[in-house]
Ligand binder design. Structure first.
Ligand code: SF4
Ligand code: SF4
Length: 380
């Protein structure tokens, strides 16, 4: 039997623990999502970070036997960086995407979901619950859409009428039957701003994302970044916000009521050059608490090198030479070689040629060739 009072109590309680929006959905299989995921897999649109088992991702009872309903929660996060430091010549800075500002949202959402679970168990002791956030099997977005939290925009984000798409999502499957909310209507209409603004064409018409082209995914990979995307990532160190910042539904929205989500400007917009030689210990101390550090320092350093090339930061060349000669990681040596060629000064070719003599890694040698080619083209 549907528990109407418990739903009311849960809504009231959620407000007291800082949940900005709560919605309820049936725990039925996600049939349309399943079809879409199969199609995405066939088209090679997946990032590889997602749960590989499509059945698990679309069938809640497989995750919690006797599942009856799903509680979806949304927490609004800030979109404006107060006192943002300036990125100036000789002191260029990179940027972490908004979803990585403040304390890692996985921790924040897990705490809220845990409190909700305790609350439910206080009322219904034999209830069973399974909570998940982002890395869980279920699709946060599909659940939020079904639970009426927001509609799925053409930018593939869930857009809430209250907070735009600047929301973290999490969910809890429960064995308690709770009345489902109505999904919201798609309000994108004829707007196509996000699709037009995406720097890599990762948004496919009809609200599909080709993750393999998306900068948010590419900035998290650990190998060499494919050449065609290097000029597109700009100064992004982790993630990409372009399809959210251009969205009219996000205009003027800045949720700054969760103190734990407030960004430290020196952390989320850090100087690029010092990142190149940061130790593991220093990296952990400075960036360890933000979501954007989950892949470790190497991808961030690789992206910082690309960002320095984007700014043609000649002042960073001595540090790039040092990486080229001494860094033990081929991705870093090779990306530095590429960046040296892009930035290009009189001694760059000489440095690259010198390093070629002792370099043994084929990928790095290839990047050195590219660097030398840029320099040659500049001088002709
Ligand atoms: S996050 Fe960036 S790269 Fe990815 S779809 Fe949005 S605009 Fe395109
Ligand atoms: S930019 Fe326009 S089309 Fe894209 S999600 Fe926002 S409203 Fe929808």
């Amino acid at each position: 039997m549907i528990d109407a009072q418990l739903k009311k109590d849960l809504i009231a309680y959620s407000k007291t623990i800082g949940i900005d929006k709560i919605g309820f959905a049936a725990a039925d299989p996600f049939v349309t999502l399943k079809d879409r995921l199969i199609k995405q897999q066939e088209l090679g649109y997946q990032s590889g970070f997602e749960e590989p088992d499509i059945e698990k991702r679309t069938n809640p009872p497989l995750l919690l036997p006797e599942a009856k309903s799903i509680v979806s929660i949304a927490l609004a996060y800030p979109s404006k960086l107060k006192n943002a430091p300036k990125s100036k010549r000789g002191d260029r800075r990179g940027i972490f995407c908004r979803a990585s500002w403040g304390e890692d949202y996985h921790h924040i959402l897990r705490r809220k979901l845990h409190l909700l679970e305790e609350f439910i168990k206080g009322k219904v002791p034999d209830a069973r619950c399974a909570s998940m956030v982002d890395t869980g099997e279920l699709s946060d977005r599909a659940v939020a859409e079904r639970a009426g939290i927001g509609w799925s925009g053409k930018n593939c984000a869930v857009i809430t009428p209250e907070w735009g798409s600047y929301v973290y999502l999490g969910e809890m499957i429960t064995t308690i039957p709770l009345e489902a909310d109505q999904p919201l209507e798609d309000q994108c209409g004829t707007c196509n701003k996000c699709v037009d603004a995406c720097p890599t064409g990762a948004l496919v018409q009809g609200g599909q994302l080709d993750s393999s082209k998306c900068i948010a995914y590419l900035t998290q990979t650990k190998g060499f970044l494919p050449d065609r995307y290097r000029d597109k990532i700009g100064n992004r160190l982790y993630g990409c916000d372009t399809c959210q910042t251009v969205c009219p539904e996000n205009k003027g929205i800045n949720a700054d009521h969760h103190p734990e989500m407030e960004p430290d400007p020196e952390v989320v917009k850090p100087k690029l050059e010092p990142l190149l030689t940061i130790s593991n210990k220093q990296f952990k101390a400075k960036f360890g608490s933000i979501a954007g550090s989950w892949r470790g320092k190497k991808p961030i350093q690789r992206n910082a090198i690309i960002a320095l090339a984007h700014f043609r930061e000649t002042e960073a060349l001595p540090t790039l030479y040092q990486l080229l000669e001494q860094d033990p990681r081929p991705v870093i040596r090779g990306t530095a070689a590429w960046a040296i060629g892009k930035i290009g000064t009189d001694d760059a070719a000489e440095k690259l040629k010198e390093a070629q003599i002792t370099e043994e890694d084929a990928d790095v040698l290839n990047e050195m060739e590219k660097g030398l080619m840029f320099l040659e083209n500049q001088s002709t």
